[in-house]
Design a protein around this ligand. Structure first.
Ligand SMILES: O=C(O)CCC(=O)C(=O)O
Length: 288
Protein backbone atom coordinates (compact mmCIF):
# COMPACT_ATOMS: atom_id res chain seq x y z
CA UNK A 1 0.00 0.00 0.00
CA UNK A 2 1.27 3.54 -0.78
CA UNK A 3 2.16 5.76 2.11
CA UNK A 4 -0.32 8.64 2.63
CA UNK A 5 1.24 12.06 2.08
CA UNK A 6 0.65 14.82 4.59
CA UNK A 7 -0.01 18.26 3.06
CA UNK A 8 0.83 20.88 5.67
CA UNK A 9 0.27 23.95 3.49
CA UNK A 10 -0.28 25.13 -0.06
CA UNK A 11 3.51 25.04 -0.56
CA UNK A 12 3.47 21.23 -0.37
CA UNK A 13 0.96 21.19 -3.24
CA UNK A 14 3.59 22.62 -5.57
CA UNK A 15 5.62 19.42 -5.34
CA UNK A 16 5.14 16.32 -7.45
CA UNK A 17 2.57 14.23 -5.56
CA UNK A 18 2.52 11.35 -8.05
CA UNK A 19 3.75 7.97 -6.81
CA UNK A 20 4.20 6.14 -10.07
CA UNK A 21 4.42 8.73 -12.87
CA UNK A 22 6.85 11.34 -11.66
CA UNK A 23 7.43 14.65 -13.48
CA UNK A 24 9.51 14.23 -16.61
CA UNK A 25 13.11 15.21 -15.92
CA UNK A 26 15.54 15.79 -18.77
CA UNK A 27 18.36 13.34 -18.30
CA UNK A 28 21.07 15.76 -17.15
CA UNK A 29 23.33 12.93 -15.97
CA UNK A 30 23.88 11.94 -19.57
CA UNK A 31 24.60 15.47 -20.77
CA UNK A 32 28.28 15.96 -21.48
CA UNK A 33 30.14 19.02 -20.22
CA UNK A 34 30.61 20.25 -23.77
CA UNK A 35 26.85 20.01 -24.46
CA UNK A 36 26.12 21.86 -21.19
CA UNK A 37 28.57 24.60 -22.23
CA UNK A 38 26.95 24.91 -25.68
CA UNK A 39 23.49 25.16 -24.14
CA UNK A 40 24.68 27.82 -21.67
CA UNK A 41 26.17 29.84 -24.54
CA UNK A 42 22.98 29.48 -26.61
CA UNK A 43 20.92 30.55 -23.60
CA UNK A 44 22.98 33.74 -23.14
CA UNK A 45 22.49 34.61 -26.81
CA UNK A 46 18.75 33.87 -26.53
CA UNK A 47 18.38 36.15 -23.51
CA UNK A 48 20.38 38.89 -25.21
CA UNK A 49 18.76 38.96 -28.67
CA UNK A 50 15.50 37.03 -28.21
CA UNK A 51 16.67 34.29 -30.60
CA UNK A 52 19.65 32.04 -31.25
CA UNK A 53 20.70 30.20 -34.41
CA UNK A 54 22.22 26.73 -34.02
CA UNK A 55 23.74 25.55 -37.28
CA UNK A 56 24.06 22.15 -38.94
CA UNK A 57 22.29 19.85 -36.46
CA UNK A 58 20.71 17.58 -39.07
CA UNK A 59 22.46 15.35 -41.60
CA UNK A 60 21.59 15.23 -45.31
CA UNK A 61 19.94 11.82 -44.81
CA UNK A 62 17.79 13.17 -41.95
CA UNK A 63 16.80 16.14 -44.11
CA UNK A 64 15.88 13.86 -47.00
CA UNK A 65 13.82 11.64 -44.71
CA UNK A 66 11.88 14.70 -43.51
CA UNK A 67 11.35 15.95 -47.07
CA UNK A 68 10.27 12.52 -48.34
CA UNK A 69 7.81 11.98 -45.50
CA UNK A 70 6.24 15.44 -45.39
CA UNK A 71 6.23 16.93 -48.90
CA UNK A 72 3.64 14.43 -50.21
CA UNK A 73 1.36 15.28 -47.26
CA UNK A 74 1.28 19.02 -47.95
CA UNK A 75 -2.05 20.24 -49.25
CA UNK A 76 -3.57 23.50 -50.36
CA UNK A 77 -2.05 26.87 -49.61
CA UNK A 78 -3.22 28.92 -46.61
CA UNK A 79 -6.61 30.54 -46.00
CA UNK A 80 -5.31 34.07 -45.33
CA UNK A 81 -2.09 36.08 -45.59
CA UNK A 82 -0.99 35.06 -42.09
CA UNK A 83 -1.03 31.35 -42.96
CA UNK A 84 0.18 32.53 -46.37
CA UNK A 85 -1.84 32.29 -49.57
CA UNK A 86 1.26 30.84 -51.27
CA UNK A 87 2.31 28.74 -48.26
CA UNK A 88 1.47 25.12 -47.61
CA UNK A 89 1.15 24.10 -43.95
CA UNK A 90 1.01 20.59 -42.64
CA UNK A 91 -0.87 20.43 -39.33
CA UNK A 92 -1.18 17.50 -36.89
CA UNK A 93 2.28 16.40 -37.98
CA UNK A 94 2.79 14.05 -35.03
CA UNK A 95 -0.22 11.96 -35.99
CA UNK A 96 1.00 11.67 -39.60
CA UNK A 97 4.72 10.90 -39.38
CA UNK A 98 7.50 10.19 -36.88
CA UNK A 99 10.17 12.18 -38.77
CA UNK A 100 10.11 15.32 -36.63
CA UNK A 101 9.91 13.62 -33.19
CA UNK A 102 13.66 13.91 -32.73
CA UNK A 103 13.56 17.61 -33.68
CA UNK A 104 10.85 18.33 -31.08
CA UNK A 105 12.99 16.78 -28.31
CA UNK A 106 16.45 17.61 -29.65
CA UNK A 107 18.84 18.00 -26.65
CA UNK A 108 20.03 21.44 -27.82
CA UNK A 109 16.36 22.55 -27.72
CA UNK A 110 15.25 20.80 -24.51
CA UNK A 111 18.41 22.13 -22.82
CA UNK A 112 17.09 25.65 -23.46
CA UNK A 113 13.51 24.75 -22.54
CA UNK A 114 14.73 23.31 -19.22
CA UNK A 115 16.23 26.70 -18.41
CA UNK A 116 13.22 28.73 -19.56
CA UNK A 117 10.21 26.89 -18.23
CA UNK A 118 8.93 24.82 -15.32
CA UNK A 119 9.26 21.01 -15.52
CA UNK A 120 6.69 19.27 -17.70
CA UNK A 121 6.58 22.17 -20.16
CA UNK A 122 4.35 21.39 -23.13
CA UNK A 123 4.50 21.27 -26.89
CA UNK A 124 2.02 23.90 -28.02
CA UNK A 125 1.99 23.01 -31.70
CA UNK A 126 4.05 21.41 -34.48
CA UNK A 127 3.82 22.24 -38.18
CA UNK A 128 5.60 21.95 -41.49
CA UNK A 129 5.69 25.26 -43.40
CA UNK A 130 6.45 25.27 -47.11
CA UNK A 131 6.72 28.79 -48.53
CA UNK A 132 6.16 28.69 -52.29
CA UNK A 133 7.71 31.01 -54.90
CA UNK A 134 5.76 34.26 -55.09
CA UNK A 135 4.71 34.34 -51.43
CA UNK A 136 4.63 37.80 -49.82
CA UNK A 137 6.10 38.53 -46.40
CA UNK A 138 4.03 37.33 -43.44
CA UNK A 139 2.75 40.02 -41.04
CA UNK A 140 5.13 40.53 -38.10
CA UNK A 141 4.01 38.98 -34.81
CA UNK A 142 5.20 37.31 -31.64
CA UNK A 143 4.04 33.79 -30.87
CA UNK A 144 2.68 33.98 -27.34
CA UNK A 145 0.57 37.09 -28.01
CA UNK A 146 -2.67 35.14 -27.59
CA UNK A 147 -2.04 34.87 -23.84
CA UNK A 148 -3.69 38.14 -22.80
CA UNK A 149 -1.06 39.44 -20.39
CA UNK A 150 0.51 42.85 -21.11
CA UNK A 151 4.17 43.22 -22.13
CA UNK A 152 6.97 43.66 -21.28
CA UNK A 153 7.00 40.29 -19.51
CA UNK A 154 8.74 36.95 -19.40
CA UNK A 155 7.87 34.66 -22.35
CA UNK A 156 5.09 32.13 -21.81
CA UNK A 157 6.23 30.21 -24.87
CA UNK A 158 9.22 29.60 -27.14
CA UNK A 159 9.64 28.09 -30.59
CA UNK A 160 12.02 26.42 -32.98
CA UNK A 161 12.05 26.85 -36.75
CA UNK A 162 14.17 24.18 -38.45
CA UNK A 163 15.52 24.92 -41.93
CA UNK A 164 14.80 21.75 -43.88
CA UNK A 165 15.84 23.66 -47.00
CA UNK A 166 18.54 26.31 -46.79
CA UNK A 167 17.09 29.67 -45.62
CA UNK A 168 18.21 32.53 -47.85
CA UNK A 169 17.15 36.15 -48.00
CA UNK A 170 15.67 35.40 -51.42
CA UNK A 171 13.64 32.28 -50.58
CA UNK A 172 11.82 33.57 -47.49
CA UNK A 173 14.16 33.12 -44.53
CA UNK A 174 12.28 34.07 -41.37
CA UNK A 175 12.93 37.71 -40.40
CA UNK A 176 13.49 38.77 -36.78
CA UNK A 177 13.78 42.03 -34.86
CA UNK A 178 16.78 41.58 -32.53
CA UNK A 179 16.06 42.38 -28.86
CA UNK A 180 12.33 42.79 -29.56
CA UNK A 181 11.50 40.34 -26.75
CA UNK A 182 11.99 43.35 -24.48
CA UNK A 183 9.44 45.53 -26.29
CA UNK A 184 6.32 46.77 -24.53
CA UNK A 185 2.76 46.84 -25.85
CA UNK A 186 3.54 48.59 -29.17
CA UNK A 187 2.29 46.96 -32.39
CA UNK A 188 5.10 46.60 -34.93
CA UNK A 189 4.37 46.75 -38.65
CA UNK A 190 7.52 48.54 -39.82
CA UNK A 191 9.95 45.94 -41.22
CA UNK A 192 12.97 48.27 -41.46
CA UNK A 193 14.70 46.84 -38.37
CA UNK A 194 14.14 43.17 -39.28
CA UNK A 195 17.00 40.90 -40.30
CA UNK A 196 16.64 37.69 -42.35
CA UNK A 197 17.93 34.59 -40.58
CA UNK A 198 20.01 33.08 -43.33
CA UNK A 199 21.12 29.56 -42.37
CA UNK A 200 22.13 26.27 -44.00
CA UNK A 201 19.66 23.37 -44.25
CA UNK A 202 19.75 21.36 -41.02
CA UNK A 203 20.05 24.45 -38.80
CA UNK A 204 17.48 25.80 -36.35
CA UNK A 205 16.51 29.15 -34.92
CA UNK A 206 15.16 28.99 -31.38
CA UNK A 207 13.36 32.07 -30.06
CA UNK A 208 11.26 33.41 -27.23
CA UNK A 209 7.49 33.68 -27.51
CA UNK A 210 7.88 37.45 -27.05
CA UNK A 211 10.28 38.00 -29.99
CA UNK A 212 8.85 39.80 -33.03
CA UNK A 213 9.34 37.89 -36.32
CA UNK A 214 7.59 36.76 -39.50
CA UNK A 215 8.03 34.55 -42.54
CA UNK A 216 9.96 36.24 -45.37
CA UNK A 217 8.77 36.83 -48.94
CA UNK A 218 9.86 34.13 -51.38
CA UNK A 219 11.37 35.82 -54.46
CA UNK A 220 13.17 32.64 -55.57
CA UNK A 221 12.13 29.91 -58.01
CA UNK A 222 12.06 27.24 -55.26
CA UNK A 223 9.96 26.44 -52.22
CA UNK A 224 11.37 26.82 -48.68
CA UNK A 225 10.50 23.95 -46.33
CA UNK A 226 10.67 24.35 -42.53
CA UNK A 227 9.56 22.38 -39.49
CA UNK A 228 8.44 24.35 -36.46
CA UNK A 229 7.62 23.41 -32.88
CA UNK A 230 6.18 25.79 -30.34
CA UNK A 231 6.35 25.10 -26.59
CA UNK A 232 4.71 26.65 -23.52
CA UNK A 233 4.74 26.64 -19.74
CA UNK A 234 3.01 23.54 -18.29
CA UNK A 235 0.23 25.65 -16.74
CA UNK A 236 -0.99 27.12 -20.05
CA UNK A 237 -3.34 25.86 -22.75
CA UNK A 238 -1.41 24.67 -25.83
CA UNK A 239 -2.62 25.75 -29.25
CA UNK A 240 -2.94 22.25 -30.68
CA UNK A 241 -5.40 19.81 -29.10
CA UNK A 242 -3.18 16.74 -28.96
CA UNK A 243 -5.71 14.81 -26.85
CA UNK A 244 -8.14 14.80 -29.78
CA UNK A 245 -5.46 14.43 -32.45
CA UNK A 246 -3.17 11.65 -31.30
CA UNK A 247 -4.21 8.00 -31.56
CA UNK A 248 -3.21 5.32 -29.05
CA UNK A 249 -0.88 3.96 -31.75
CA UNK A 250 0.97 7.29 -31.97
CA UNK A 251 1.10 7.61 -28.18
CA UNK A 252 2.77 4.20 -28.00
CA UNK A 253 5.32 5.16 -30.65
CA UNK A 254 6.51 8.60 -29.56
CA UNK A 255 9.46 9.11 -27.18
CA UNK A 256 8.66 9.42 -23.44
CA UNK A 257 9.66 13.07 -23.35
CA UNK A 258 7.37 13.91 -26.24
CA UNK A 259 4.55 11.98 -24.56
CA UNK A 260 4.95 14.24 -21.52
CA UNK A 261 5.05 17.30 -23.79
CA UNK A 262 1.77 16.46 -25.56
CA UNK A 263 -0.04 16.46 -22.22
CA UNK A 264 0.58 13.03 -20.67
CA UNK A 265 2.09 14.71 -17.64
CA UNK A 266 0.93 16.57 -14.52
CA UNK A 267 1.71 20.12 -13.52
CA UNK A 268 1.63 19.69 -9.74
CA UNK A 269 -0.51 19.04 -8.00
CA UNK A 270 -3.43 18.14 -10.31
CA UNK A 271 -3.29 20.00 -13.64
CA UNK A 272 -3.75 17.44 -16.40
CA UNK A 273 -5.46 14.76 -14.29
CA UNK A 274 -7.93 12.18 -15.60
CA UNK A 275 -10.42 10.84 -13.06
CA UNK A 276 -8.12 12.06 -10.30
CA UNK A 277 -5.17 10.12 -11.71
CA UNK A 278 -2.11 10.68 -13.88
CA UNK A 279 -3.12 10.83 -17.60
CA UNK A 280 -0.60 8.10 -18.47
CA UNK A 281 -2.95 5.64 -16.77
CA UNK A 282 -5.31 6.02 -19.75
CA UNK A 283 -2.70 4.64 -22.11
CA UNK A 284 -3.04 1.14 -23.39
CA UNK A 285 -0.32 -1.43 -22.68
CA UNK A 286 3.31 -0.62 -22.21
CA UNK A 287 3.33 3.06 -21.28
CA UNK A 288 0.50 2.80 -18.70
O1 LIG B 1 7.79 30.23 -41.79
C1 LIG B 1 8.39 31.11 -41.17
O2 LIG B 1 9.48 31.51 -41.50
C2 LIG B 1 7.75 31.77 -39.97
C3 LIG B 1 6.32 31.37 -39.73
C4 LIG B 1 5.73 31.93 -38.51
O3 LIG B 1 6.32 32.67 -37.78
C5 LIG B 1 4.35 31.57 -38.18
O4 LIG B 1 3.63 31.03 -39.01
O5 LIG B 1 3.92 31.89 -37.02
Amino acid sequence: MTKTKNIESIVDLQHDLANKHKAFQSDNNNVSDSLKAQIAKDFDELQKNGFVIITNLLSESELNAIRNATLPLLGDAGRNNFEGVMTQRLYSVLEKTRVIDSLAVHPRITGLLDKLFQPNYLLSQAQMINILPGEAAQPLHYDDGFYPVPRPREPFGAASIWAIDEFTEENGATVFIPKSHMFGQEIITDRSTTIPLVMPAGSVVFFLGTTWHGGGANHSQHSRLAATCQYCEPWLRPQENFFLELSQKTLQEIPQQLLSMVGYSIHPPFMGMVNGMHPKRTLSDSKK
